[in-house]
Design a protein around this ligand. Structure first.
Ligand code: PEP
Length: 255
């Protein structure tokens, strides 16, 4: 019986200030504590200034905290950047990289993502790596090629021994923040492609252990059918992760 970890991961993007972060944690943590979760990992990714508050507020609970991005540099004259070492000094254990909004608005490439993964590994932080095709690429029948090329670009020279040291998220760009979710069969097809790529390029063990999240307009009403798919091990959730009750409902669905 496979026991991959299921992540219910909220990407808050540029939402929620200090007080809202505190309010979220004050509401959600006591409820999570009642659930006695075993295989489901709830995770939130607030903006940089509130990571420490989120870590403090979730201390001792099963809630995990992630950054939304990291610099490719270790330190120095890079105004506005935050290094993996700085994140590690907070005690942070997770960081999203390669989100399509970073690729779209900040020209990040698979090579950038690859460099960021290496920095995170050096600092013992688990990267949550996002990949996914645009609507145009899907309509032109290029989804498979795009996904395979993103996988080889992002994971170039990245050694994985158990599969648990990284998380991948398939996020079709056309489904992010649009209200359009991939159908379970569209999502499963790509997840299966990724799982098979991991088998061929790493090992059966890595492919079987690695949690593969789907992201793109997940909400409480459509999460179950996605989680029912064999190769979907949780969700990376934007908009619907901001409301305490929706987040909690999605964690319960993941159980
Ligand atoms: C995301 O930001 O990763 C995402 C999937 O957003 P949404 O759930 O709002 O589509």
């Amino acid at each position: 019986m496979l026991m991959r970890k299921i992540y219910i991961a909220g990407n808050w993007k540029m939402n929620k200030g200090l007080q809202e972060t505190k309010n979220f944690l004050e509401t959600v943590i006591p409820e999570l504590n009642k659930l006695k979760l075993e295989n489901v990992i709830p995770l939130i990714a607030p903006a940089y200034p509130f990571l420490e508050e989120a870590l403090k507020g979730s201390y001792g609970s099963c809630m995990q905290v992630s950054a939304q991005d990291v610099s490719v540099h270790s330190e120095g004259a890079y105004t506005g950047e935050v290094s993996a070492g700085m994140l590690a000094s907070l005690g942070l254990k997770y960081c999203i990289v390669g989100h399509s909004e970073r690729r779209q608005y900040h020209n990040e490439t698979d090579a950038t993502v690859n460099a960021k993964i290496l920095k995170l590994f050096e600092n013992h932080i688990t990267p949550l790596v996002c990949i996914g095709e645009t609507l145009q690429q899907r309509e032109e029948g290029k989804t498979e090629n795009v996904i395979l090329s993103q996988l080889s670009g992002c994971l170039k020279n990245i050694k994985l021994l158990s599969g648990e040291e990284i998380i991948l998220a398939y996020e079709p760009v056309w489904a992010i923040g649009t209200g359009k979710t991939a159908t379970p069969s569209q999502a499963q097809e790509v997840h299966n492609l990724i799982r098979n790529w991991l088998k061929s390029n790493y090992s059966d063990k890595v492919a079987e252990k690695l949690s593969l999240l789907y992201g793109g307009s997940i909400k409480p009403g459509n999460l179950q059918e996605l989680l029912d798919c064999e190769d979907i091990d949780g969700g990376l959730i934007g908009g619907a992760s901001l409301k305490e009750e929706d987040f909690l409902e999605m964690v319960q669905i993941g159980r």
